[in-house]
Design a protein around this ligand. Structure first.
Ligand SMILES: [Fe+2]
Ligand SMILES: [Fe+2]
Length: 307
């Protein structure tokens, strides 16, 4: 891909961006869930099943709050930071105007998604009368990206940041897609996710093209260094620590005897195995292939364990 061949998504954005085209989503009063049960192993723990529907619903609701909170952190603190740097030519690579203006549209979309998420959270809180428990202040990427940037020689830190954000934007798209198809979820939850997905599909393509362009313009040493940084980034990104921390806190708030809570907590270790079949890894592999990174032998070799 060359600097001239990049095609802006501006026309698509004008017509389809959700901020331009979608109405507000209103939470409905029905028995459907806020969160997919298969994404929260706690839900199926025998002691939780014994505890009954109210405890199970509470777990799904709190998991939903966490998911939305994480998405807001991701959009406002991770994606926007990098997209804004590109849009304002602060990123140390000369992207053409089409890329910079598309990056600015990403900033608008992400801020809008965060706004929609806040509004919907507030509606759910009012309708259930249950507020979120103490939330994590960081997501995996809040640590993985800066650590990977520090890991590579300083002149490649920005490139590492770009790869990290591009990889995670592709992961988020796949996640939101799975949510929007789930039949056990409330119509408004699926609606919020479907709206989000409509924008994230465009973002996915944007980040793939941006990385493709970047990768084809940087020199071989840069490619080798970034390729070396990738497995380090992936290891930091794909961890269960924060999820387990949250789950432990959540278990602590369940309306159950202390001994039962302790038993559930002990069983939770290892509840989120990250293997080579993990959907996140499948997506990451797809991204690396589409962005052209797998055609680079040294990079391929560096991340062989994930291929
Ligand atoms: Fe988003
Ligand atoms: Fe996005």
């Amino acid at each position: 891909m060359s600097l001239q061949s990049y095609v802006s998504h501006a026309d698509q954005w004008e017509q389809r961006a959700t901020i331009r085209s979608r109405p507000r989503r209103i939470v409905e009063d029905d028995d459907l869930s806020y969160y997919p049960v298969e994404r929260q192993p706690l839900y199926a723990h025998p002691a939780v099943i014994d505890a009954g529907r109210e405890v199970q619903d509470y777990i799904l609701l709190q998991s939903f709050y966490k998911y939305i909170n994480d998405v807001i952190i991701f959009e406002t603190e991770i994606v926007n930071r990098t997209a804004l740097a590109i849009a304002k030519s602060r990123f140390p690579f000369e992207f053409p105007f089409a890329c910079r203006s598309d990056a600015m549209s990403v900033v608008i979309d992400e801020n809008y998604h965060a706004y929609v998420a806040m509004d919907y959270l507030d509606q759910v809180e009012r309708s259930t009368g249950i507020g979120p428990i103490e939330q994590n202040r960081e997501i995996e990427l809040s640590r993985a990206i800066p650590r990977a940037m520090e890991y590579v020689p300083p002149q490649y830190a920005a490139g590492m940041e770009l790869l990290g954000v591009a990889i995670s934007e592709n992961t988020v798209t796949a996640e939101v897609a799975a949510f929007s198809r789930d039949t056990t979820l409330k119509r408004s939850v699926k609606g919020v996710m479907a709206d989000h997905l409509a924008d994230e599909g465009r973002h996915s393509v944007f980040w793939i093209n941006l990385v493709k362009l970047y990768w084809s313009e940087i020199d071989e040493t840069a490619r080798i260094e970034l390729g070396r940084g990738l497995p380090f980034f992936l290891r930091e990104y794909l961890t269960n620590e924060l999820q387990l921390e949250f789950d432990r806190r959540l278990i602590g708030t369940l309306d159950l005897p202390a001994a039962t809570r302790e038993r559930i907590a002990n069983d939770m270790v290892g509840a989120y195995p990250i293997t080579n079949q993990h959907p996140m890894i499948v997506n990451i592999r797809k991204f690396l292939k589409m962005a052209g990174l797998l055609e680079h032998e040294p990079t391929r070799a560096a991340i062989a364990q994930y291929l």
